[in-house]
Structure formats: structure tokens, C-alpha cells
Design a protein around this ligand. Structure first.
Ligand code: SF4
Length: 112
């Protein structure tokens, strides 16, 4: 597991543990929807944590997410918990704002 906060990107395609993850097809649990309310986040992350607790890939998953400064819930750890441990996402707010702006622009274009 990572012991430093150095940004050491690891290619996800080389991670064999991913195929054993119990979260396949459950992105709704592991990544926040736009404008998620705090109470909904607590409920969603609690359910994600329960799934991670019985996953055989949790150690590798947590290390990977820390090394890659991932967004979302990985290895039983939320973004907030990862940030507290010294592994904050590199684009936590700006990236989301850009995605929200792109979605709004696309919705406006579709409506007109
Ligand atoms: S530990 Fe959690 S996030 Fe990681 S692979 Fe398993 S179920 Fe998915």
C-alpha cells in the first residue's frame, strides 16, 4: 500500500485485481451523481463501503486509488477519507464544474 502522497500514476489496464471487484456494474454506488445532497452521499457511500468490506480486491483497490488520486469510492475509502490520508484528487472541483458546464450546454443545445 502507498506510504507517500507522491503522485505515481498506475495504468488501470495492468490491474488484474479489477476483474475480481464486486462493484462491476455499480458505478451508481461508487461515483457521485451531479449535485448529490450530503445525506444521499452518506447513504450511497455506506452501501459502497459494505460492498467493499466483502471484496477480495480491497487492499489493491485502495492503493491504486491513492496512487492515482482517483475520484469516487474505492477500496472502502471515500474521496474525503483519501484526502484526509494525504491522497486528495488532483481535480476534485474544477473537473466536476467542467463536466456540469458541458452537460448544461449539451442540454441547452438539445432543447433549442
Ligand atoms: S474494494 Fe470496493 S471499489 Fe474496490 S474493487 Fe472491491 S468493491 Fe470495487
Amino acid at each position: 500500500m502507498s506510504q507517500t502522497a507522491a503522485n505515481t500514476y498506475v495504468d488501470w489496464q495492468t490491474q488484474s485485481w479489477m476483474s475480481d471487484g464486486l462493484c462491476s456494474g455499480r458505478s451508481d454506488l461508487f461515483f457521485a451523481p451531479f449535485a448529490e445532497r450530503p445525506e444521499a452521499r452518506v447513504r450511497r457511500e455506506s452501501r459502497a463501503k459494505d460492498l467493499c468490506a466483502s471484496c477480495s480486491s480491497s487492499v489493491e483497490c485502495m492503493a491504486y486509488a491513492r496512487d492515482n488520486r482517483e475520484l469516487g469510492f474505492w477500496g472502502g475509502e471515500s474521496e474525503s477519507e483519501r484526502a484526509t490520508a494525504g491522497f486528495a484528487p488532483t481535480t476534485p472541483i474544477i473537473g466536476r464544474r467542467q463536466v456540469a458546464a458541458q452537460r448544461a450546454a449539451a442540454a441547452l443545445a438539445e432543447a433549442s
